[in-house]
Design a protein around this ligand. Structure first.
Ligand SMILES: *[C@@H]1O[C@H](CO)[C@@H](O)[C@H](O)[C@H]1NC(C)=O
Ligand SMILES: *[C@@H]1O[C@H](CO)[C@@H](O)[C@H](O)[C@H]1NC(C)=O
Length: 407
């Protein structure tokens, strides 16, 4: 497994220069590639049996539900077995957004905008692992990884496409609908329990489509949603500029995503504000679980300290490694953490919402064996948090370093 992982790395690094929305994912991969390379005592983890082939979404042709470049969307599916036969866990891939013709044109020549570039095999680990030791609650469920190829969290609309020769397909909403139909036909329509999850931009997609997902499933099914590292904050950067709000504004304008957002919100405020999770969750009726680090790697690099707001590079070492931050920078980071807790505070009163907010300097945590269910990290004794919520269908076993603060 070492070589493909390293290749992925260099690819991500180049990508980061072209599309600022990606950088942190690359660093997360670096971190965990290293952990995996040095972790040979888990023979289970990298078995080739865990590689799941790519399936094209052929039905998308009929409704024109295409990726940015016009190719067919795709997914990976592993059938459930035993007591998991009627249970489903879906995971929507992440990968930032594109906010301009240039960045979407770039993206459409990558796996995040075209199925022509997607890996034919992906490893199912973390919440998608088929090993009871790695994934005790979901290992035998039907598992689906939805590939992300529209650049707007599955919320673009064709009315916003250009009619002048700029060939970009904004079909995110149609892609979501085509996936729903496909999975219902594969057996999701008989689900007894189902969990829609996603990481980063896929976590945002999870929040946007959570209720729609619920509405397609049997009334007596237990249905929940899990957004991993998808709680992007509407916060000013270190210079006080609204970098993230401006970025989302451009994404929403370019791809017409307002039509996928809740009417209660877009009727009351500027539609791009409704693309922020803190507004989306106000209208979600389905039980939700939020997993987010308080010092989210991606958010620190792109919302709090975007490149343009640190022209002299005072933050260049700190934003890559929290160990390099001085006391005033740590204070700024803690302010950002407080903003997250504040944005979540209303949700804490909601019985249908559960959350796990830790202090790791990380981005997504549910797909990686080490952060999802690891027997040991740095050979230290684990704290075990078993989190129940709602009607207690899902047990979140999260093992983490005792130094991490949980709130
Ligand atoms: C099409 O229109 C958009 C928006 O007005 C513009 O930015 C773009 O350059 C145009 N493309 C071409 C090929 O003329
Ligand atoms: C921390 O670093 C920043 C940026 O280099 C600097 O402006 C600030 O004065 C430093 N603070 C302390 C307490 O050293």
């Amino acid at each position: 497994m070492a070589n493909p992982r390293i290749r992925t790395l260099t690819w991500w690094r180049k990508w980061a220069k072209r599309d600022w929305a990606i950088a942190a994912v690359g660093f997360t991969i670096i971190l965990f590639a290293l952990t995996l390379l040095f972790d040979s005592r888990n023979p289970d983890l990298n078995s080739t049996d865990d590689l799941v082939p790519l399936t094209f979404l052929h039905r998308a042709k009929a409704t024109g539900a295409f990726c940015l470049d016009g190719s067919l969307p795709a997914y990976h599916f592993q059938k459930g077995f035993g007591s998991g036969s009627n249970s489903w866990v879906l995971h929507i891939e992440g990968g930032g957004w594109c906010n301009s013709i240039e960045s979407c044109n770039y993206r459409k020549r990558t796996a995040l905008g075209s199925s022509n570039y997607m890996d034919q095999l992906v490893q199912f680990s973390g919440i998608l692992s088929r090993h009871p030791s790695q994934n005790p609650d979901f290992y035998n469920w039907n598992k689906v990884k939805i590939r992300y190829c529209d650049g707007a969290s599955l919320a673009g609309h064709p009315e916003s496409e250009f009619k002048n020769g700029t060939k970009l397909f904004f079909r995110g909403q149609l892609i979501w609908e085509a996936f729903t139909d496909e999975l219902l036909s594969l057996g999701l329509s008989n689900a007894k329990q189902a969990l829609l999850s996603g990481c980063s931009a896929g976590g945002l997609a999870t929040l946007i489509h959570c209720d729609d997902f619920r509405d397609h499933l049997p009334k007596d099914a237990t249905v929940k949603c899990l957004a991993d590292a998808g709680f992007f904050l509407d916060e000013p950067d270190i210079l006080g500029q609204r970098t993230m709000r401006a970025f989302y504004h451009d994404v929403v304008q370019l791809q017409g995503t307002a039509k996928s957002l809740h009417k209660n919100c877009v009727g009351r405020m500027e539609p791009s504000k409704c693309f922020f999770p803190q507004e989306i969750v106000k209208n979600v009726r389905t039980p939700l679980f939020i997993v987010n680090p308080a010092y989210d790697f991606w958010q620190i690099q792109h919302i709090l300290v975007p490149d343009a707001s640190d022209p002299h590079g005072y933050w260049s070492r700190c934003r890559l490694n929290i160990q390099n931050c001085n006391s005033s920078q740590i204070e700024t980071l803690q302010g950002f953490r407080n903003s997250l807790l504040k944005a979540l505070s209303e949700l804490q009163q909601n019985e249908e919402v559960g959350m796990f907010i830790n202090s790791c300097f990380i981005h997504c945590q549910t797909l990686m064996a080490e952060t999802w269910h690891s027997p040991r990290i740095n050979n230290k004794v684990r704290n075990v948090f078993i989190i129940y919520y709602g009607d207690k269908m899902i047990v979140f076993r999260i093992y983490h370093d005792s130094q991490n603060k949980k709130f």
